[in-house]
Design a protein around this ligand. Sequence first.
Ligand SMILES: Nc1ncnc2c1ncn2[C@@H]1O[C@H](COP(=O)(O)OP(=O)(O)OP(=O)(O)O)[C@@H](O)[C@H]1O
Ligand SMILES: C[C@H](N)[C@H](N)CCCCCC(=O)O
Ligand SMILES: [Mg+2]
Length: 239
Amino acid sequence: MSVLMVTGTCTGVGKTIVTAALATVARARGSSVAVVKPGQTGVAPGEPGDLDEVARLAGVDDLHEFARFPDPLSPAAAARRAGLPPLRLADVAGQISKLADSRSLVLVEGAGGLLVRYDAEGTTLADLARWLNAAVVVVARPDLGTLNHTALTLEAMAHRGVQLAGVVIGSWPAEPDLAMRSNITDLETIAARPLAGVLPAGAGALDPAEFLLTARAGLAPALGGTFDAATFRNTYALD
Ligand SMILES: Nc1ncnc2c1ncn2[C@@H]1O[C@H](COP(=O)(O)OP(=O)(O)OP(=O)(O)O)[C@@H](O)[C@H]1O
Ligand SMILES: C[C@H](N)[C@H](N)CCCCCC(=O)O
Ligand SMILES: [Mg+2]
């Protein structure tokens, strides 16, 4: 049993796609996988949320969303605007612990980036990770601006004693520009380790069978495998 959290350097960086990729690879290895989205914002009741995307891509049906607020804001702000009580991550920690007792892997996708607030006290995914002693995958963009966002996220994690599982690039384009090619090297320096994975832009549009193959190729290290850096570098002519 283990709990792996997925955060990002910002919203919209590909956390849901990476969560689905981790889930599909783990399931293909025979693991029982639950996926948790503690607080879903920006989606109306009855509309498909991030967990529905994970279900579609990875075939997971063990899905747990603990609160939903329609405004496309942080969970704290969205709850406030809806006039609803905020989600208590301390309660969510207890629920995740229970799930982890009977699954090989529980994946938890945060809302937005690491320090997005869930309540008026400023509880964040970093608190949840620390309470559960869970490592965190950081999903980063490949393009200009990502070095600073990634460095800030990793520094905030280190400062709070949150363990880094690895940095994954959520959406790598077929035609990377100079900044992207350079950033690959610098992201590895910032993380002080090789990238834990890279998913191609467009991975989210694949059918589930193709998505599994893509996820396997791009994400093995985040689940204890080896990332084939040489193949990746050759594919994208990075050297
Ligand atoms: N590798 C990818 N392939 C295809 N589409 C992608 C990929 N990565 C991201 N996207 C698209 O970019 C958008 C944002 O991605 P995603 O929903 O995974 O972001 P997120 O980090 O989970 O955001 P949120 O904070 O809302 O949870 C989505 O519309 C998604 O379909
Ligand atoms: C609505 C969006 N897609 C996410 N669900 C929530 C993102 C919150 C980001 C808050 C912020 O850092 O400004
Ligand atoms: Mg998401």
